[in-house]
Design a protein. Sequence first.
Length: 230
Amino acid sequence: MNASARASADADPVAGQEYDASPYLPSRGGLASLRRAAAGCKGCPLFENATQTVFGAGPAHARLMLVGEQPGDQEDRQGEPFVGPAGGLLRRALDEAGLGDEDVYLTNAVKHFKFTVAPRGKRRIHKAPSLREMTACRPWLAEELRLVSPEVLVVLGGTAGKALLGSSFRVGERRGVLLPMPALDGGDPEAGHGQLLATVHPSAVLRADDREAAFRGLVADLSVAATALE
């Protein structure tokens, strides 16, 4: 990291500086280097209350990449994505969609847990990240996508979709349909090979009134991704 980038990295983002993770990105290296750099990210105020950065996990050249919203309580404590109840449901859905044996890279659009504390007790309640926080964290996601270069990218829920496709994205309008892979952050549009598929976040299935129907819908969407990988 050069001197100017280091100075920017040491700045306090809460005191009025721009929300931007870019100064923390390493100038070279693979996913391991990216993960190490992300551990020290202070590109937005979310790092202050989170236990740690929760970076992506999985094979460096997985054919399938899944992007969720942000870490949850268990992910924040353990430092790995999708290890809580939503992650367990997601893995069951992947199995039923025929993707259980597929190498998968799992990550989130935002790398720190945003939450509020319940009025009574110490339970931490998930709070959706803002557009500003998503934009600040976008450089990490762009680099993950560039390095993994998956054949199919599955976005799980509205936050992940907005991070990749813009603020007008709505899951209900595009779910279960294969779309061209987006080129992120000024990248060459021709470099974005592969396809993107949107579906609901597994946490939405857990909250659904008819959980079984919602789960079947998730499996159906993931089955489209499985067919694309055949």
